[in-house]
Design a protein around this ligand. Structure first.
Ligand SMILES: N[C@@H](CCC(=O)N[C@@H](CS)C(=O)NCC(=O)O)C(=O)O
Length: 217
């Protein structure tokens, strides 16, 4: 059976959402981010990204990691593409061109959107000081260019690839979600907001989200 190493409050959420979309059984090993623990190296600490057993599996020391029939794979988007291609169906690329487009959108999300979207999620707190608020505003400004690309594409096509919900939408939605914790983005990009709401109304997303919410913050 597929094993997913990583708590749901991590980028493992992408893979877990996909598994629910595909009705794919999996076992989850709840490895937690070391930085979330007071002492990750203490005897008796829960399995975490600095645990020797986890580092033996994945020297990069980051979750998620999957084990699939002997294949050990890190990088959440690689795992989503691998499982999508392997199990097929409507979320998978129908041909080489769709495969290339899905990869294009995944890489665009990871390189042009994720770093600033994460900054927004991590620093946008009610108690944020002036410095953090300025960093969030800078991140919102930098996102204008890639979000305009996304807005125009979604306004014209409704989805990223093939006129239907695919793994490309799933990967992008999980990255855009980080930024949408700031209402300025929701107000500025209506087509992206409508598309994100539709992605998050899918039963498979809701199943993943319920599991995520059940974990300690
Ligand atoms: N690009 C990687 C990023 C992995 C990553 O940074 N994971 C975070 C959690 S979402 C992590 O494990 N952080 C803990 C650490 O680096 O110790 C992916 O998409 O899988």
């Amino acid at each position: 059976m597929l094993v997913i190493h990583g708590v749901t409050r991590s980028r493992a959420s992408r893979i877990i959402w996909l598994c629910h979309e595909l009705d794919l059984p999996f076992r989850q090993e709840p490895v937690i981010q070391a930085y979330r623990l007071a002492n990750a190296d203490a005897r008796g600490a829960p399995p975490n990204t600095r645990s020797p057993s986890f580092l033996a599996l994945s020297p990069a020391g980051a979750i998620p990691v999957i084990e699939d029939e002997g294949l050990v794979l890190s990088e959440s988007l690689a795992a989503v593409m691998h499982l999508t291609r392997k199990h097929g169906g409507n979320l998978a690329p129908a041909d080489a061109a769709e495969d290339a487009l899905m990869l294009q959108w995944a890489l665009y999300a990871a390189t042009s959107i994720e770093p600033d979207a994460l900054t927004i999620q991590m620093l946008n707190r009610p108690a944020a000081g002036a410095e953090d608020r300025a960093l969030v505003t800078d991140a919102i400004d930098r996102l204008k260019r890639p979000l305009k690309v996304l807005e125009d594409h979604l306004a014209a096509h409704g989805h990223l690839v093939g006129g239907r919900f695919t793994a490309a939408d799933l990967m992008m939605a999980e990255i855009v979600r980080y930024g949408w914790t700031d209402n300025r983005l929701r107000a500025a990009w209506p087509a992206v907001s409508r598309w994100l709401d539709a992605c998050q109304s899918r039963p498979a997303f809701k199943t993943m989200w319920a599991a995520r919410e059940a974990e300690p913050a």
